[in-house]
Design a binder for this molecule. Structure first.
Ligand code: SF4
Ligand code: FES
Length: 248
């Protein structure tokens, strides 16, 4: 396939960005989207031009580093698929593809398609931990966890912190991410000790970082590569409300 790419290029957060057009030639259907960009970058480097900056790490949907808005949709619009898992067989010969970075005030642009997502790290630091007594290794199954709670906690823990939910939301809300992180610990007995503090601190940090409010449009759930359910937002709102009422 031969494709035309319209790629957002921007030197840094203070520069004015613009779309630049590149031709991607002889693209194989089995290439991943990021491999296709690698080939385009090799061509740019050979010509002495600046390669396109974009984030990636594991390239198998685990780490949450890849972050492209492809044809207007975060991660490209294939259900349960991160950009690094997207393959070129989903595109047609001759297609024009636009590629943009996540756009949100709380994710300032670093260069081209790379944004700074350390706001997510600060939200995790504010409450995404459990306090445990040190000592000998506890017996397996010493703390019984109901199967339904364990399954729900695992569903929430699947969040890879990519930020697509923020990029897709018209309010740039981080509620789906925060709800997943709050829920996966609040649902388990080990996380109950800080349950109220966790909900308050993580929501307050989310607001302090400049993320918008949730108006339950569901665009976050639609683009989430881990298919985190909107129901976790309802669960977090309940945890947060209870913590506020308790005055914790
Ligand atoms: S909730 Fe989904 S879209 Fe949002 S950060 Fe987690 S994995 Fe990414
Ligand atoms: S590069 Fe790790 S999830 Fe995409």
């Amino acid at each position: 396939m031969n494709l035309t790419l319209k790629v957002w290029r921007q030197e840094d957060a203070d520069s004015v960005g613009r779309f630049e057009t590149y031709e991607a030639r002889d693209v194989l259907p089995d290439m991943s989207f990021l491999e296709m960009l690698d080939v385009v970058n090799e061509g740019l480097i050979e010509r002495g031009a600046e390669p396109i900056a974009f984030d990636s790490d594991c390239r198998e949907g685990i780490c949450g580093m890849c972050s492209l808005v492809i044809n207007g949709i975060a991660h490209g619009g294939h259900r349960g698929t991160a950009t690094c898992q997207l393959h070129m067989r989903h595109f047609k010969d001759g297609e024009i593809i636009t590629i943009e970075p996540w756009r949100a005030k709380a994710f300032p642009l670093i260069k081209d398609l790379v944004v700074n997502r350390s706001a997510f790290d600060r939200i995790i630091q504010s409450g995404g931990f459990v306090s445990v007594k040190t000592g000998g290794t506890p017996d397996g199954n010493a703390i019984p966890v109901p199967k339904t709670d364990a399954d729900l906690a695992m569903d929430a823990a699947a969040c890879i912190g990519c930020g697509a939910c923020v990029a897709a939301c018209k309010n740039a809300s981080a509620m789906l991410f925060v709800a997943a992180k709050v829920s996966h610990l609040n649902l388990l007995p080990q996380g109950k000790a800080e349950k109220d503090r966790r909900a308050l601190n993580m929501v307050n940090q989310m607001d302090a970082e400049g993320f918008g409010s949730c108006t339950v449009t569901g665009s976050c759930e639609a683009v989430c590569p881990k298919e985190i359910s909107l129901s976790f937002i309802a669960k977090m709102n309940r945890d947060y409300g209870i913590a506020v009422l308790k005055g914790k």
